[in-house]
Design a binder for this molecule. Structure first.
Ligand SMILES: [Fe+2]
Length: 387
């Protein structure tokens, strides 16, 4: 794969860590059969996930916490090995660590400080700098002149909750306000764990405006908390919530239609689940128009190849929060076919685009390494030749 050497280091550290853990469990009196079972599972899981990604085998999400564990445990093992090596090296070169009663400990502490300093500065940089703004011009065939240059600001996965301070939310609001846009959309996971967080979200973002409006769909977190209650709070605040629904904005003789698809998590008792037929009721793609779909989970794009969906905006994956963007590999890659960034395909009704936003917030751990928080701006264009 594209980052084979990196994965080999992580995988090697992981296997070593599991072997050490197995040895510890044996000394602790755990039966060899139970340890063998544990080791088979621990060794096969990352190998399976990477193979499954390539060969399209099932990649259940319950494996994700284990996968995060796999990554962090590997990092810890590498760190421990680094410290051991540092200790061994200083016993061989005591003259290089002068004036120290315990040279190996000094170097270990220095190594530890440097490694954690790098980690912390990368993590803090994302917290303090705020989201990266990325602007993309999308060429849409036969786009009407009224839609030329239309700017859509896409915000996703804020996760307003324990990991977001008032200061970071104010900074995010300022970043959103600093970007000129015609339409502002939020694709779910506005809040994280509790219903009152929607009031905090509205306190910071409720009065934001786009020239042609602000629209949203819910994410899995809103549905887990209380989907109907959150829809009603957002609608009271004047936000159209497009749950399997659409809204057309006329622009001269043409127009742009926004379609919202409910998240798969809304299939819980009492919910509809994603229903493209209902969402696209009365929606047609006449020449010159554009249809923009809001769908929290990018897997929903698979349902849309026979619908007039010019551009689908998604979030949910957070780009894994950790990854090597230049290589295209993120912690989300083994779990999602559309993990991050722009995808396209040709269909009978023309070219379709999918944009997966890495979001602005955090899930699980308040850490982003290599996958920064993002605000995405999409500019529609007919291309160099015009419509
Ligand atoms: Fe999310």
């Amino acid at each position: 794969m594209r980052v084979r050497s990196f994965l080999m280091i992580v995988l090697g550290s992981y296997l070593l860590f599991q072997l050490l853990l197995g040895g510890f469990l044996y000394l602790d009196g755990i039966s060899p059969a139970a340890i063998a079972l544990f080791l088979v599972f621990a060794f096969s899981m990352p190998v399976y996930l990477n193979l499954a990604f390539v060969r399209k085998w099932p990649r259940p999400l319950w494996m994700m916490p284990l996968f995060f564990g796999y990554f962090f445990m590997s990092a810890v093992t590498s760190l421990a090995l680094g410290l051991l090596w540092g200790g061994w090296w200083t016993t061989r070169h005591p003259h290089l660590v002068a004036h120290s009663g315990n040279p190996s400990r000094s170097v270990q502490l220095a190594l530890l400080s440097v490694i954690w300093g790098i980690f912390l500065s990368v993590i803090l940089k994302n917290h303090l700098r705020g989201p990266r703004v990325r602007e993309r011009v999308l060429t849409v065939g036969h786009l009407a002149s009224e839609l030329e240059g239309l700017r859509i600001l896409h915000v996703s996965d804020l996760h307003v909750g324990i990991f977001e301070s008032d200061r970071s939310l104010a900074r995010l609001r300022a970043a959103i306000e600093s970007i000129s846009c015609d339409i502002l959309v939020f694709t779910g996971d506005m809040i994280d764990r509790k219903l009152p967080e929607i009031d905090r979200f509205l306190h910071f973002f409720g009065d934001l405006k786009g020239r042609l409006g602000v629209f949203c769909v819910l994410g899995n977190h809103e549905h887990w908390i209380d989907g109907p209650a959150i829809v009603s709070r957002l609608e009271q605040a004047g936000w159209p919530v497009l749950e399997n629904a659409s809204r057309r904005i006329p622009l001269g003789d043409h127009g742009i239609t926004l379609v919202g698809l409910s998240d798969p998590s809304s299939e819980e008792p009492g919910g509809d689940g994603p229903d493209p037929e209902k969402a696209f009721l009365g929606v047609s793609l006449t020449d010159g128009d554009a249809v923009v779909v809001l769908a929290h989970h990018p897997v929903l794009w698979d349902l849309l190849s026979s619908y007039p969906a010019t551009l689908t905006l998604s979030g949910h994956t957070h780009g894994g929060q950790i990854g090597l963007l230049r290589s295209g590999w993120t912690l989300a890659s083994p779990f999602y076919d559309y993990d991050l960034g722009l995808f396209s395909r040709e269909t009978a009704s023309g070219k379709q685009w999918l944009l997966v936003n890495s979001g602005t917030g955090y899930f699980g751990v308040p850490v982003r390494i290599g996958v920064p928080s993002s605000l995405e701006v999409v500019v529609l264009s007919a291309g160099p030749s015009g419509s």
